[in-house]
Design a protein around this ligand. Structure first.
Ligand code: EPU
Length: 338
């Protein structure tokens, strides 16, 4: 295991924040990970993967482990399904494309999500009607305290909307090393329930979409709305969509009848934070190098040299305006690193 000191994290977080890591090691194997956990180079460990769901606000005084363990393996299959084990460091979208090339179905709606496979379960990534949990079978993770590998079933992970065991009780205790998915090999069941997918497929004249068509539609929608982090620093949705109880929602919708909303299966309602933020006038606004994206108000962007503090300041301003206007407290979806 190679240890470097005081390296810039700018290339390793999609917000493009220029903070430094006190110590840094690239982890390319399970053995590297075990060795790094044992090394105790610094009392604090910081696990970094795609860096696509975090806002770094200061230099990281820790031993940063950059998880870059690669590999994919079909561990079981029958006529209908394949069980694919993917190591944590595989780039999510490249893995989705690899599956589509082999006609393995289930991940197509999650095309183009930034990040790596190992961090996908932490927030149960989701888009266009599908969440990671829908194809998830299990994951393996190394315990930080003793280096043992533990298997977590879907139930163990306690997935919710952008939530899991690893974001709550399990926080800081494990490093996910691989994820196993169950994917379809035939009789695929493309999910086009999300309106925007249907609209895109209709525009292309596609009536019976393949999983590859659904992926193409998702890629087109994402590219039209969401900024490419390679071009404009961002971390996808900065806030979660607030979930309102039926009673709170009824008051809200009677006061704001043009609001967009989705019914959640447990009888509550999700209101798009992007709509709330747009109503407060922030869409496309820029304050120095921190801003709100022009096509999707849920996404905060770094025009170049914004600091984590500037972006947090903007997030606070937005949170307060949304609360004053709608009485709804929106919560960040990205991890704020202090
Ligand atoms: N909307 C606005 N103004 C905006 C943005 C959105 O009015 O500036 C409205 C849209 O018109 C639409 C509704 O809000 O009626 C929902 O918008 P969209 O389909 O873009 O989805 P979202 O709720 O804003 C969520 C996820 C995204 C995911 C999309 C598609 C969260 C926090 N975000 O966004 O996930 O790609 O749905 O499924 O749940 C991410 O997590 O980083 C992410 C990008």
């Amino acid at each position: 295991m190679n240890v470097q000191e005081n390296i810039s994290l700018k290339p390793y977080n999609t917000f493009g924040i220029d903070a430094k890591a006190r110590y840094w090691s690239e982890i390319s194997s399970i053995t590297d990970l075990k060795e790094a956990l044992r090394s105790k180079i610094h009392p604090r460990l910081f696990i970094l993967s795609g860096g696509s769901n975090m806002l770094i606000t200061q230099d990281i005084d820790a031993h940063v482990l950059y998880i870059n363990i690669k590999g994919k393996e079909i561990i079981k299959e029958d006529d209908d399904h394949v069980y694919l084990k993917v190591m944590a460091g595989e780039v999510w979208h490249d893995m989705v494309v690899w599956c589509l090339e082999r006609d393995f179905g289930g991940l197509e709606n999650l095309s183009l999500i930034p990040g790596r496979t190992g961090t996908a379960p932490i927030q149960n990534i989701g888009a266009y009607g599908i969440e990671l949990k829908d194809t998830f079978v299990s994951c393996e993770a190394m315990a930080i305290d003793d280096g043992t590998i533990k298997e977590f079933t879907k139930e163990d992970c306690r997935f919710g909307y952008r939530e899991s065991y690893f974001k709550n009780e399990g926080k800081g205790k494990y490093v996910i090393t691989s994820v196993t998915f169950k994917l379809s090999k035939r009789n695929h069941n493309p999910n086009t329930s999300y309106g925007a997918i249907n609209t895109q497929l209709e525009q292309w004249g596609i009536k019976e979409p393949s999983i590859q068509d659904v992926s193409k539609a998702v890629v087109a929608i994402r590219q039209s709305k969401l900024p490419d982090p390679e071009v404009l620093g961002n971390s996808g949705s900065f806030f979660k969509n607030p979930v309102l109880s039926k009673a709170k929602f009824e008051t809200f919708i009677s006061e704001h009848p043009t609001a967009k909303y989705f019914k959640v299966s447990d009888g509550s309602y999700k209101v798009p934070a992007g709509w709330l933020i747009e109503q407060c006038g922030f869409k496309g606004k820029r304050y120095g190098d921190a801003g709100v994206h022009k096509n999707q108000a849920l996404v905060l962007v770094n025009y170049g040299n914004a600091t984590g503090h500037e972006l947090i300041g903007l997030a606070q301003k937005i949170t307060e305006a949304v609360y004053e206007t709608f009485g709804i407290a929106i919560q960040p979806e990205v991890n704020i690193i202090k």
